[in-house]
Design a protein around this ligand. Structure first.
Ligand code: CMP
Length: 137
């Protein structure tokens, strides 16, 4: 079964909407196969987002991602990667469709509530970044 990585970002954790966001996944056919709340270090965030290292928003992105705890999850289901992206909505919450997680819970393109893998290949690497095999059940 296809798997993808989701991160509930510090803004959504601080707002107390972890449960509401998890409910979006579980109510839409995505099983939570792994989950953990954690505080990322600066090195963690830089490594996770290394693909964006040359982008002008990289420093702000890393600072934001270490501003408070996050919840990392493995979501599993048919077409899990694309389904998660549909549920999240556009990266910029101002462009996100009504009823999506970002439209409902995000404030800005940086504080955009959730991250989701953007390909099945990237999902495999992002899942390995956060979870060992025995944590995915
Ligand atoms: P995410 O899916 O976690 O992947 C990279 C993050 O960078 C993205 O969500 C946004 O929160 C953040 N970001 C900030 N500015 C931009 C931008 N101009 N384009 C894409 N992502 C951006």
């Amino acid at each position: 079964m296809e798997q993808t990585l989701s991160i509930i970002k510090p803004d959504a954790v601080a707002k107390g909407v972890i449960g509401k966001i998890m409910d979006r996944f579980e109510s839409n056919g995505l099983r939570i196969a792994a989950a953990k709340k954690m505080q990322l270090s600066e090195a963690d965030a830089q490594a996770f987002y290394a693909v964006h290292a040359e982008r002008p928003f990289f420093k702000d992105l890393v600072e934001f991602m270490i501003s408070g705890p996050v919840v990392a999850m493995v979501l599993e289901g048919e077409g899990a990667m694309a389904k998660n992206r549909d549920l999240m909505g556009a990266t910029n919450p101002q462009e996100a469709e009504p009823g999506t997680i970002r439209a409902d819970f995000a404030d800005s393109i940086d504080a955009n509530a959730v991250h989701g893998s953007d390909s099945v290949e990237n999902a495999k690497n992002e899942i390995k970044f956060f979870f060992s095999d025995r944590e995915i059940v």
